[in-house]
Ligand binder design. Structure first.
Ligand SMILES: [Zn+2]
Length: 470
């Protein structure tokens, strides 16, 4: 009790005074003039408190009263379509009644209103924003929720809303991220009937060419090659071409990649590099992307050979090593222990690349390793990554990863003293020193797989000829 007012005194003399007012001993010692002053001060305290409270309560209430009804009544969303010629009522009714509730024909006659979902807005919220009656808004959302999880809608998702000529809401349509189209439209009984239709996904091959002047990156940018494709080119030729020194000015390059789009032209998934041709001061390098019957993806030259690949020694680049491979005193356990990998300290969230092409054989918590990924590169080599903060969400056990592709992020999960990557190279089931060089031999496609490769290469690049047939 003695400490408490002192602490208040330090905090602020006024707060301390407020505390003193509560003590009878304080009042006994004050002269009448001092008491009058204190009472005035009390009034100021109470006045301020009431003032703050009133502001907090009154302003939002007043805002609701004044601003909303007037604005919204003047600009109704339905006014936006009154200028469009509307079909006669029977045509519209017929369209709405037909089995094809997606209203492909009606769409050409009614201009739908396009609205995008705001942050923290529900579908029924969006509908009431567009002057749809509360009952219709709820009924439409409820019917859509039968075929999709509306809680997973992202802000920015757009909806097409359809109204009849009396501005009565008839239904809505939306394109999902995978290209599927879902909709719900009123039937003759006035009930909303949901429907989902698989979207048409179009695969486009895009060929781009350019001439290297200063650097490949600059030439690629000039030729409008997307940066994700530039990255794939560098990965496909990593270790074979030195992009800084080998490329010759004046030489052409060619890139073909695949892009998937929905009906409305929205891009879905990642674009995939299918072909690249680059000329260096030594040779012309051509690489074709090919997935074999086992699902193994890779880049192959015109002979159907993949380049030998080295396992990255330092996946995080030239950083510090906090603990090398071999015997040491463990910082937490306190006794001598063999360290099976190399520790690279790095800030939490630093992306961790796959050290070489391979298949994820383990992904999940693994005791002292914390969040852990193991990649199998071939029958001899695997690499392992520990103490991760998070995984690349797209990856699962069985996913195929390419050298340099981000598999997760640095963290400090498991038995760890601080954020770092614990990295292991495993050769024939035994950990070996990751700082030595290990090379995955080139892969040569044979027989049926080679035949399939030749066909695919011809599909990607009509100029393709298998070299021995030349
Ligand atoms: Zn370690």
């Amino acid at each position: 009790m003695i400490l408490f007012p002192r602490f208040l005194k330090k905090l602020h003399p006024l707060i301390h005074r407020g505390y003193l007012f509560l003590k009878p001993a304080y009042w006994r010692l004050r002269t009448p003039a001092q008491k009058r002053f204190d009472i005035k001060l009390q009034y100021i305290f109470i006045g301020c408190f009431i003032g703050v409270l009133a502001t907090a309560l009154v302003i939002p209430a007043a805002h609701r009263l004044i601003s909303y009804p007037t604005d919204e009544a003047e600009v109704r969303f339905s006014d936006l379509i009154t200028e469009e010629p509307l079909p006669p009522e029977d045509v519209l009714q017929k369209e709405v009644q037909t089995d094809d509730l997606l209203l492909n024909e009606a769409e050409t006659q009614i201009i739908p209103i396009l609205l995008q979902l705001n942050k923290n807005e529900t579908l029924s919220g969006l509908l009431t924003r567009a002057d749809v009656s509360m009952a219709d808004a709820l009924a439409a959302s409820e019917s859509l929720s039968l075929i999709t999880d509306l809680r997973k809608l992202q802000p920015g998702q757009s909806f097409e809303l359809f109204f009849n000529e009396d501005n009565i809401f008839q239904g809505l349509k939306m394109e999902m991220r995978n290209g599927d189209i879902i909709s719900t439209f009123k039937n003759t009984d006035g009930d909303f009937v949901p429907q989902s239709k698989e979207g048409k996904i179009e695969t486009q091959l895009i060929a781009l060419e350019g001439i290297i002047q200063s650097s490949f990156a600059a030439a690629a940018q000039e030729a409008d090659v997307p940066s994700s494709i530039v990255q794939q080119v560098t990965r496909a030729l990593d270790g074979q071409i030195n992009f800084r020194t080998d490329l010759k000015a004046g030489e052409p390059f060619k890139i073909i990649y695949e892009k998937k789009t929905t009906e409305t032209g929205k891009e879905i998934g990642k674009s995939q590099l299918l072909y690249v041709s680059l000329t260096t001061n030594r040779d012309t390098y051509e690489r074709y992307y090919f997935v074999d019957g086992m699902g193994v993806q890779g880049f192959y030259n015109e002979y159907g050979e993949s380049a030998p690949q080295t396992i990255m020694k330092r996946p995080l680049g030239r950083g510090r090593i906090s603990s090398g491979f071999g015997t040491r005193i463990h910082p937490i356990l306190g006794y001598k222990i063999h360290h099976d990998g190399v520790d690279f300290p790095a800030p939490i969230g630093t992306p961790i690349p796959a050290a070489a092409d391979g298949v994820i054989v383990r992904l999940g918590r693994n005791g002292g390793y914390g969040k852990y990924i193991k990649i199998k590169h071939n029958n001899t080599y695997s690499t392992a990554y520990g103490h991760m903060n998070a995984y690349n969400k797209e990856l699962r056990v069985g996913s195929y990863v390419k050298r340099g592709e981000t598999i997760g992020y640095v963290g400090s999960t498991g038995r760890s003293t601080g954020p770092h990557l614990h990295f292991e190279v495993i050769k024939n089931n035994r950990q070996v020193n990751p700082l030595k060089t290990y090379t995955l031999p080139k892969r040569t496609l044979k027989n049926q797989t080679l035949k399939a490769f030749k066909e695919r290469a011809k599909e990607i690049n009509p100029d393709y000829v298998y070299p021995s047939e030349n």
